[in-house]
Design a protein. Structure first.
Length: 95
């Protein structure tokens, strides 16, 4: 399982988000216990209220409609078991 929540203040709006995600070797097992990739969604929001109130299913199936005007940017990535992802994401000025 991979889960993380980032929060930042607006005092440095020009600084990019530098993220590093490490996935365990035993990740997201199927019925045969074979590890499978995981899809990550990284959101930049102007307010976290709608995100906190949303269910997993709402965010997975209709995140744009669920997060509405609070969604300022979104990046989707796939991480494989045992993999480390490093990426930069420009910070949205309203997030």
């Amino acid at each position: 399982m991979i889960s993380f929540f980032l929060s930042a203040c607006n005092s440095i709006p020009s600084a990019p988000l530098n993220l590093r995600v490490n996935a365990a070797e035993r990740l997201n097992p199927d019925t045969s216990l074979v590890s499978l990739p995981v899809r990550l969604k990284v959101y930049q929001l102007s307010d976290v209220t709608l995100f906190k109130e949303a269910t997993f299913r709402q965010l997975w199936k209709s995140d744009i409609a669920t997060l509405n005007a609070t969604l300022k940017d979104k990046k989707e990535l796939t991480i494989n078991p045992g993999e480390t992802l490093k990426f930069k994401m420009p910070r949205h000025p309203q997030a």
